[in-house]
Ligand binder design. Sequence first.
Ligand code: BGC
Length: 468
Amino acid sequence: MAAFFVTDARREGKPFLFVVAIIAALGGFLFGYDTGVISGALLYISGDLHASTFEQEAIVGALLIGAAVGAVIAGYLADAISRRWTKVLSGTVYTLAALGCAFSQNPDQLIAARFALGLSVGTASFVSPMYLAELSPKRIRGGLVSFNQLMIVTGILAAYIVNFGLKGIGADNWRWMLGLGAVPGVMLAVGMTFMPYSPRWLVERGREDDARKVLRRTHQEQDVDDEVESIKKVAAETGSIRDLLGGSVRPMLIVGLGLAIFQQIVGINTIIYYAPTILSFTGSSASSAIGQTVVIGVTNLVFTVVAILLLDRLGRRAFLITGTAGLTIALVVLGAFFASGTLQANASGLALIALVVYIASFAMGLGPVFWLMISEIFPLEIRGSAMAVCTIANWTFNFIISFTFLTLTSTIGKAATFWLYAVIGVIAIVFFYRRVPETSGRSLEDIQRDVTESSGRNRRSHGRLRSA
Ligand code: BGC
């Protein structure tokens, strides 16, 4: 099945790159599996381990906090020990932590294991797109990096299906739900030991000949001198962590952070984590709510595939802006549904339709485009730290939104909660329209040059960033 999805790499006659993409994107699968598995598992954990409400929240939240910390560590590790070995480490920690979850005897042990799992998920969430972007030829970079997002949503769907399949097997079922994550963890750790180093990381270490060998294999071309020269030129311009706050990078950091934060504060994970709860608000029974949740998982997957196939052809901005507009409309409808007794009585299917439109729009826009763009817009010398900062912001806001959702719905009401997210959606569209540049079909080095020039113009004119 995966063969179908990385069609571009195959069509371009790059079978090696295709294999690398599948193994590397297992990091995304781990990320998604955990996102999707916990809501179902929690139903059984609470009874089996006698977890209080606070402990249940801590079991969910420990992963998100661990992921933010993991992204901090990963920024350093990706530069120090390479993207490749960071991913081996991430797969190893994930495997051990998944087993730790499965064998936990009390809530404290489970919270500790979930934190360790978070360290690995946070690391993988940022090293995977970075590694893929650095290995891809520019023509198919969008599809290949977004393959990571496809694996995230595949992981979410796999978790929904596992939860569904294991719900009847007895009290220990949650141990299997969480422990099964060890399988892709081992695949990532072992698989990555056979994968190449990122050519950009090699050039930074002065290992140009090794970088050439990798590029010849991934790009399937003998003449890779231009590519190496271009990487070298950018690598020669030394950067420090202080440059992250410097004038030339600041505009891109604002774009990256804007994408990171908006991706979460339009409420995506309230839908992912609480879809069954939202659907049960509409009067669905628990079992039909779980079935409808699978519909949402499938929609997420299908529209992510559509985005992957089109992102390099139609550009990132178009998807970002129209996708965010689509999800904003869906939020308005969802709010209206909860505000109107008539709609609830006469159009009970409307909430599910709105959720499906929401998830499809997210899957075609903010979902893949955030992870893709943060791997494209930053100069090489600060790419690791800049992507880490954006990833940390993304996990932190994931935590904040997930933990305020139920409180919000019970204080300001369901309708006002969704309308609040809709207002944020409108602000996001304006931000994307004004600030986010087009990156498709351009080399990472060209984008960097453009960003530097734009920021120079910005400083002079206080104008907005050029939207090429
Ligand atoms: C987001 C996750 C989200 C997932 C849903 C990802 O891009 O970062 O927070 O759960 O998409 O598909």
